[in-house]
Design a protein around this ligand. Structure first.
Ligand code: BTN
Length: 327
């Protein structure tokens, strides 16, 4: 832990009480000037800390930001979020930045977090909308020991981790819409963009980008998605702590990942199917330039939708937009 992190832990333990400069210099083993410099840096980040000559420093409040120290505070993971957390107030796309870091050799578990994005990307070249400090825009670096053909498992597993986290936090019914949208009451709350770099038959790295609408008011969504998007605050009627949510998600994500790497994929697939209502439904899938209609027989372990059309012909759909026809 860095001196600044240790200082934060110490001050936070005594929230609402002064801790003397002398005590801090002794415990941290640094000069008074260094303590004052670290406090100034924390205040600059938005921490509410009162400094009083003679009394010392009093920690009052944490900023509502996804700062690395906040994420790490009480984070129950071994890997994800324990190394690099590359934090930004604004960035083009966290996925682009994570790919840069991964290409430079950043370790598994490294995160890129931003309060906002101005070139946030969705699947199929779409745009992901975000507004400053209302949601979560995060990308995680993974270095899985799997064959590239199995990499879609990571997206399915991320959807399970997200949906279960939202369900636990809100107590509401959360569903996964194939292939990887997370919905509440049929409206999109969260999306996943997975990108991979591979060499021959092995994965070099996977970047999993996750966008979550957390405290976005309904009227903040752009007109084109207003009827199909939602946020946790809209659904629950109250603000949700982004940092708590992110910590819970990271812990669940890490445990799902351990399952996938250790015990194969059947458990995660079972959980995915329990969260998705697509199997057995009659759907239309829009592909580029065509549309298939039929009954969903299965979603296989690579995430492929297995669809039987009216003529009994079976189609295996890798990617497309699904419309439920039997509502
Ligand atoms: C989708 O539903 O189409 C996927 C949306 C993914 C959005 C996230 S936000 C963080 C990360 N950075 C990006 O540019 N996109 C993903």
């Amino acid at each position: 832990m860095s001196t600044r992190e240790k200082l934060l832990v110490l001050l936070r333990e005594h929230t609402g009480d002064f801790v003397s400069g002398a005590a801090l210099t002794e415990i941290l083993g640094v000069s008074r000037a260094a303590v004052s410099k670290h406090v100034a840096a924390l205040k600059q980040q938005g921490y509410a800390i009162t400094a009083s000559s003679g009394k010392g420093y009093m920690f009052r409040d944490t900023p509502d930001l996804l700062l690395p120290d906040e994420i790490r505070h009480g984070l129950a993971t071994r890997v994800f979020g324990q190394g690099i957390i590359d934090y930004h107030e604004m960035i083009g796309s966290t996925n682009d930045r994570a790919k840069e870091l991964a290409a430079q050799g950043s370790a598994e578990g490294s995160l890129v977090v931003s309060e906002d994005q101005n070139r946030g990307r969705g699947r199929k070249g779409r745009t992901w909308f975000s507004t400053a400090s209302h949601g979560i825009c995060i990308s995680m670096i993974l270095r899985p020991s799997m064959n590239p053909s199995e990499a879609s498992r990571i997206t399915l597993m991320t959807a399970v981790a997200l949906a279960e986290t939202f369900r636990d936090i809100t107590g509401l019914e959360v569903t996964i819409k194939w292939p990887n949208d997370i919905l509440i009451r049929g409206r999109k709350l969260s999306g996943i963009l997975t990108e991979m770099s591979m060499e021959m038959d092995r994965v070099d790295y996977v970047v999993v980008g996750v966008g979550v609408n957390v405290n976005n008011p309904a009227d903040h969504f752009p007109a084109e998605v207003r009827d199909i998007a939602t946020s946790l605050a809209v659904e629950t009627g109250h603000a949700v702590s982004r940092v708590d949510l992110l910590r819970q998600f990271l812990a669940r994500f890490e445990s799902c990942y351990a399952l996938v790497e250790g015990q194969g994929f059947s458990q995660i697939m079972k959980r995915w199917k329990a969260l998705s209502d697509i199997i057995g439904r009659t759907v239309a899938v829009d592909l580029i330039g065509s549309r298939i209609q039929g009954r969903v027989e299965d979603v296989d372990e690579t995430g492929v939708l297995v669809l039987r059309d009216g003529d009994g012909q079976v189609h295996r759909v890798i990617s497309g937009d699904v419309l439920l026809q039997d509502l």
